[in-house]
Design a protein around this ligand. Structure first.
Ligand code: UDP
Ligand code: MN
Length: 315
């Protein structure tokens, strides 16, 4: 073999190696971070469901399981108080509050106990690998833990599941409507993206498309608060929400294998907004140590202590 041929082959080999390495790097960085292989740990804090027997078995209405992810921050107790007091007015409802934390927080437990609402309190921290993602899949580990609880632990695995974030706002009439969901019901959500609404398009009583500012390649471009699912679908599969920011709803609904014909449009044929994707301004917890010291013999020390207890201040 000539010297020239050998050097050409060397170059070709080197080129092939480089292409191979590049392909490996690219496919790795392209694969979405929702593959299993991380540690998911759920802590069951307390279930008030069986202890207080607050769900009368004689009530023929389907039970509503409202799943609310939450995490420690200055606004948390305000959000949970507002939402909890709304849900309190709805009978035959179980509030599944799942903290993004390694353990359950005493201030969340106290709030749930005080409200007297039938509840399930869990904690399931987001696996660390997702925290550093460009788009963090917020509330996913929490919702997955709730679905697993419903499958494995629920004493009454019939009813309807609905995801409602702790900062959202809901009209209780919608909760009554979605209670009767046969498979999957859908409805408009206000304050979403550019149109300030995300909604199914309904024609002659059937869902035929989507009115949403970010459809991209989603088959079901809906907001997290825009659909409710009958538990029979949850029980019939082991589908879980993927750790894929932006695609959580779409991929879960796809995994349930629903068709457009099966979607039940609510909120007066999707003409009314009865739930809103409200957002609360975020604040930093202040350190009140110096202020406490400068107001001795007053209420301020106890006030700051109580604020610290509910994650509103550091002292
Ligand atoms: N959440 C969580 N862990 C986080 C951030 C958010 O459990 O690190 C919860 C949050 O309490 C809410 C849901 O996940 O119920 C969606 O989060 P957020 O409201 O921040 O998202 P956005 O509405 O802006 O998409
Ligand atoms: Mn939110």
């Amino acid at each position: 073999m000539s010297y020239l041929k050998i050097s050409v082959m060397k170059y070709l080999l080197a080129l092939l190696c480089i292409i191979g390495i590049l392909a490996m790097v690219l496919t790795k960085s392209k694969s979405p971070p929702y593959e299993p292989g991380h540690i998911e740990k759920t802590v069951k804090c307390k279930s008030d469901l069986m202890e207080r027997r607050q769900l009368p078995t004689a009530d023929p209405r389907p039970v509503l399981y409202v799943v609310t992810p939450t995490y420690r921050r200055v606004e948390q107790v305000a959000e949970l108080t507002r939402l909890g007091q709304t849900l309190l007015t709805v009978p035959h409802l179980v509030w599944m509050v799942v903290e993004d934390a390694d353990a359950c927080s005493p201030h969340v437990a106290a709030l749930l106990d005080r409200l007297g609402i039938p509840y399930v309190h869990l904690a399931s921290a987001m696996p660390a690998q997702y925290r550093s993602e460009r788009y963090v899949p917020r509330g996913v580990s929490n919702r997955r833990a709730a679905m697993t609880w419903l499958r494995d632990q629920s004493p009454q695995p019939t009813g309807v599941m609905y995801f409602l974030d702790d900062d959202n706002t809901i009209d209780i009439r919608l909760l009554e409507q979605m209670r009767h969901t046969k498979k999957v019901s859908m409805f408009p959500v206000g304050l979403v993206a550019d149109y300030l609404v995300s909604s199914p398009i309904v024609q002659e009583g059937r869902v035929t498309g989507w009115f949403d500012g970010w459809i991209v390649d989603r088959q079901f471009p809906v907001d997290m608060a825009g659909f409710a699912v009958n538990l029979s679908l949850v029980m019939a599969s082991d589908a879980l929400m993927p750790y894929h920011a932006g695609y959580e709803e779409d991929k879960l609904l796809r995994a349930f294998g629903i068709t457009m014909d099966e979607i039940e449009p609510l909120a007066n044929q999707c003409t009314e907004i009865l739930v809103w994707h409200t957002k609360t301004k975020k604040n930093q917890p202040p350190s009140l140590r110096r202020e406490v010291a400068s107001h001795p013999n007053s209420n301020i020390a106890a006030l700051a202590e109580n604020m610290e207890r509910i994650a509103m201040a550091t002292t």
